[in-house]
Design a protein around this ligand. Sequence first.
Ligand code: GLN
Length: 192
Amino acid sequence: MKTGILALQGSFQEHLESLKLIERDFILIRTVDDLEEVGSIILPGGESTSMIKIQENNDLFNHLKIKILTGIPTLGTCAGLILLAKNSILGKSTLNILDCDIERNGYGRQNQSFEGKVQFNNFNDNYCFIRAPKITSVGSGVKVIAKMEDEIVGVQSNNIVGLTFHPELNNEQNYLNWLDNFVMKGLNVGAL
Ligand code: GLN
């Protein structure tokens, strides 16, 4: 089975590079048919409103949601996390499968993007926050897997992980090891 990267818009190319580095087969997801041979999923950063609009043509998100609910490892970064979380965007519903609330652009505008020191699982690094969402609350079954000082910046609920930052822009070995474990095994993620 391959790892499917949602490729409607945004930073899918960078995630593709991560998967190449761990020698994992991948497929770009643009249509419902692309979901067939997918055994894990990455939802990249970008512009969540645009992604929601683009997929309306072929009802992709309804099928994507069904696929994720089968329990396959799913990682969302930044806009990808926004798609997974509960909030609606411009009155349209997200996938709504990760029990946390987020505030879009919670750290400000594009020129207030920054690099922050993040404790992620059992390692830390400086990661980019690009018009990142803030996680404002997490549901009871949701584990915190990444923090920037006291702030929650990464969560996991069963097979679903959401990060507000962009580890695919660093692609350092600790992240790649984590990714390899995650897309292969799904649940090999420790809470902080
Ligand atoms: N601000 C974007 C949104 O709301 C997310 C930014 C990102 O993915 N880097 O969708």
